[in-house]
Design a protein around this ligand. Structure first.
Ligand SMILES: [Zn+2]
Length: 125
């Protein structure tokens, strides 16, 4: 079960709309099993490892595993490119959040056969 604060969902929605027609991208971090913290990225999330690895390592030290957020101009399901990058983030056990064009936030992980499986997103106040 995934828990996200409602204000985080609101920020992600707002940010997705601001970035349109480009993709919004960034990292989400958990605090006591609730996703509470967002760090935005100016670049496409497919540049995850190129972006500033030292800064990313600092965040990981401070906040734990980085989970990935980005938006899609279509449905919120992982693309072929996303699945390639999802494999790279398996070491962090990362969850990938994708905001679809209907402002519906969906969450994904890879199973042991590298197939995306959808996780249930629960919104809390
Ligand atoms: Zn994508």
């Amino acid at each position: 079960m995934l828990y996200l604060k409602k204000d985080i969902i609101d920020k992600l929605t707002e940010w997705t709309l601001v970035e349109k027609p480009n993709e919004a991208a960034g990292y989400l971090f958990k605090d006591n099993s609730i996703f509470r913290r967002i760090i935005t990225s100016d670049k496409s999330i497919t540049h995850f490892y190129d972006e500033n690895p030292e800064q990313l390592l600092k965040w990981i030290e401070k906040y734990g595993s980085p989970n990935i957020f980005h938006s899609h101009p279509c449905a919120g399901i992982p693309s072929g490119t996303d699945i390639l990058y999802m494999k790279n983030t398996l070491i962090f056990n990362s969850i990938w959040f994708i905001m679809g064009n209907k402002m519906d936030l969906r969450a994904w992980k890879l199973d042991s056969n590298y197939r995306p499986i959808e996780l249930e997103v629960n919104i809390i106040d």
